[in-house]
Ligand binder design. Structure first.
Ligand code: ITT
Length: 196
């Protein structure tokens, strides 16, 4: 059932931190409606081997359920010295969907390794009313800290230092992350597309 008006756009995510990071960037051109706003709590499958495959799977699942234009985000942390891990497996890297355990595993794997280079990447998948499907990418380069620092953000934020900064995303203000992040960069591309 289509519950949304033309100036609303459904964001196919269960992660409230993602919603808050980009809602203000997209408004006022669109109002973001989340799955939580629609009281939809079912898990959405993510069975792909790439961010693109997972983003498409999430957007398609939600499009089929609500029959309304929507976009999804699949993102991950890619660490050079770990051959791109955790990458597409970022959410469950340690086997558990637990941010602290996953961060600890990354720090253990990088113990004694001087190359700390990493980047966050996000892929948005937008499905429009005519089912046209478009992808938007956002990347931010940085490095992995020696230890977990800060309480802001979510996921790997306490161990990720964006390039040009000394603080982690966990220590930087939420406002700073909102302007800098991989998700902010993909959001800008989505906004330009929606405005064109
Ligand atoms: P949805 O699938 O419901 O959108 P999710 O949290 O499961 O939410 P992903 O499938 O995209 O999100 O999983 C990516 C994981 O990568 C996420 O659980 C975090 O651990 C990490 N991650 C993604 N973006 C991040 C960010 O901006 N800061 C820190 N960690 C991030």
């Amino acid at each position: 059932m289509n519950h949304l008006s033309a100036d609303q756009l459904l964001f196919a995510t269960h992660n409230p931190a993602k919603v808050s990071e980009l809602s203000h960037l997209i408004s006022p051109s669109k109002e973001i409606v989340s799955l939580a706003d629609l009281n939809y709590n079912e898990e959405i499958p993510e069975t792909g081997n790439t961010l693109e495959e997972n983003a498409l799977e999430k957007a398609k699942t939600v499009f089929e359920i609500f029959n309304t234009p929507c976009f999804s985000d699949d993102s991950g942390l890619f660490i050079e010295a770990l051959n791109g891990e955790p990458g597409v497996h970022s959410a469950h890297y340690s086997g558990k969907r637990d941010y602290q355990t996953n961060n600890q595993l990354v720090l253990e794997k990088l113990n004694g390794i001087t190359n700390r280079k990493a980047y966050f990447k996000t892929i948005f998948c937008l499905i429009e009313a005519d089912r046209k499907t478009t992808y938007f990418e956002g990347i931010i380069n940085g490095s992995i800290a020696k230890e977990s620092r800060g309480e802001n953000g979510f996921g790997y934020d306490p161990i990720f230092i964006p390039k040009g900064y000394t603080k982690t995303f966990g220590e930087l203000s939420v406002e700073t992350k909102k302007t800098l992040s991989h998700r902010a960069r993909a959001t800008k591309k989505l906004i330009d597309y929606l405005r064109a």
